[in-house]
Ligand binder design. Structure first.
Ligand code: SF4
Length: 452
């Protein structure tokens, strides 16, 4: 039996594609023995589990307060209490993220008040709130909301000395492979990184000899409690201007915060290493310099394939910002960028990025569905697309290769192991871009393969 699910050749609009609670639940997976409960309709929790598992291929338990008709009209206090009691009894989590969804937000349930009244229930761990109505933002917004919620719920006012020599990395949703790469680079640069949240083990673990109700991994609770005492903070999510996690640590604990975009490309990775040197005083070691040098060599070798190509970029704000700059680094012109968020600020942000990259014009679409993006792309003579697996229908319609990047990737295997961070990650991505362009050319050559 064919196990691949045949989808419509083209999915125009899926309103839950950007589900903010989905991002919040993924962020909570990055803290030790943390669990999420969706406060609202049960189907949302099922949808989110399925969506996340298809990408990460790891068990993901998400509870639900399972609104019925009564709760939808009169509020879900009783349901949430029951859900929390069940979670404590069956899982003994160290942190519970209460994630409001479209329904509970629409009826106006006073969840902060409910949470404060549940704190005294016996055995209840800290409760973190992530307010995540999807009509106000996409999954990236929900992710950052959850990170701040976890900090607010757990970080102590007096964090003590256990983290004072460490640097906190606050990443957006990066692949487990990228997080491991960040740790490796941090270690090489004399930084002892405290990554929060850290999904690298919880969402890309090994085979278990015995069953765990909650997977091992995540930012240890002791570190999260003491995060306010770190030496400095690198807020990687700040590239898009939507991460508030660094601001929280700055305002509440007076930490020094370095705001950077995703370390994708030579320029962006150089910036990361400069920050590391500023913090630790350690210069990049030979290992990293060789990786940088090999990447430059790869750029030379692949230049004839990539240079002059025109791309459409579809994705979350952070990723789009990083890809705009990187495309120009390798000679590709991003002519159309479609991202989440309807504030209008993205246009300014991306136009800044485009002009920094030496480009005059670039169309920016916000909150657009794939139908709109495809129509805009058809005018632009595009050679390739960067996007999640959800862009495959669009790429097929445009007859261009899709370089899969970001989240979610449901139509290929190994999404959690895609490496794009640092010099090594950039090299892997560059190889994929060049090979996608070569493959496209190859299909047009009668007789198949030739020297290209
Ligand atoms: S929370 Fe909202 S966006 Fe997410 S699955 Fe439910 S209805 Fe859809």
């Amino acid at each position: 039996m064919n196990s691949l699910i045949e989808t419509q050749p083209y999915v125009a609009v899926n309103p839950c594609r950007l589900c903010a609670p989905l991002g919040a639940c993924l962020a909570f997976k990055g803290f030790e023995r943390a669990m999420s409960v969706i406060h609202g309709s049960q189907g949302c929790a099922t949808y989110i589990r399925r969506y996340a598992i298809s990408h990460f291929r790891e068990p993901i338990d998400i509870a639900s307060s399972s609104f019925d008709e009564q709760a939808a009209v009169f509020g879900g206090e009783k349901n949430l209490r029951k859900a929390l009691e069940t979670m404590v009894r069956q899982y003994q989590p160290l942190l519970i993220g209460v994630v409001t969804n479209c329904l509970s937000e629409t009826i106006g349930d006073d969840v902060p008040l409910l949470i404060s009244s549940f704190k005294n229930i016996e055995g209840m761990p800290p409760l973190a709130l992530a307010s995540a109505p999807s009509y106000k933002g996409g999954w990236e917004d929900g992710y950052f909301e959850a990170v701040v919620g976890a900090f607010r719920a757990v970080a102590d006012k007096e964090p003590g000395k256990s983290t004072e020599e460490r640097t906190a990395f606050l990443p957006p949703l990066m692949s487990p492979a990228d997080l491991r790469e960040l740790k490796r680079i941090g270690d090489l640069m004399g930084i002892s990184p405290l990554i929060a949240p850290d999904i690298s083990d919880a969402l890309d673990g090994g085979a278990w000899e015995q069953y765990h109700r909650l997977p091992p991994g995540g930012t240890p609770m002791a570190d999260l409690r003491a995060i306010g005492g770190v030496k400095s903070v690198i807020d990687i999510g700040a590239g898009s201007g939507i991460s508030r996690a660094g601001d929280f640590l700055k305002i509440k604990f007076g930490r020094k915060v370095h705001k950077i975009g995703l370390p994708l490309g030579i320029t962006a990775t150089d910036i990361l290493l400069e920050k590391f040197t500023e913090i630790s005083g350690v210069k990049p070691p030979e290992t990293l310099l060789s990786e940088r040098s090999r990447l430059i060599d790869a750029y030379f070798d692949g230049h004839k394939y990539a240079a002059g190509k025109r791309a459409v970029i579809v994705g979350e704000k952070n990723l789009c910002g990083a890809l705009i700059l990187w495309c120009r680094e390798i000679g590709i012109t991003p002519v159309l960028v479609a991202s989440t968020g309807g504030s209008g600020k993205l246009t300014d942000l991306y136009e800044d990025a485009a002009s920094n990259a030496g480009q005059d014009t670039m169309e920016v679409l916000q909150n657009a569905d794939f139908d709109t993006i495809t129509t805009a792309a058809q005018k632009g003579s595009i050679d390739l697309c960067f996007g999640s697996g959800k862009a495959q229908g669009m790429a097929r319609e445009l007859d261009i290769p899709l370089v899969r990047i970001g989240f979610p990737i449901h139509d290929r295997f190994g999404g959690s192991r895609l490496l794009t961070a640092g010099y090594r990650g950039t090299m892997e991505l560059f190889d994929r871009v060049v090979n996608a362009l070569i493959e496209k050319k190859q299909t047009k050559i009668p007789g198949g393969y030739s020297y290209l």
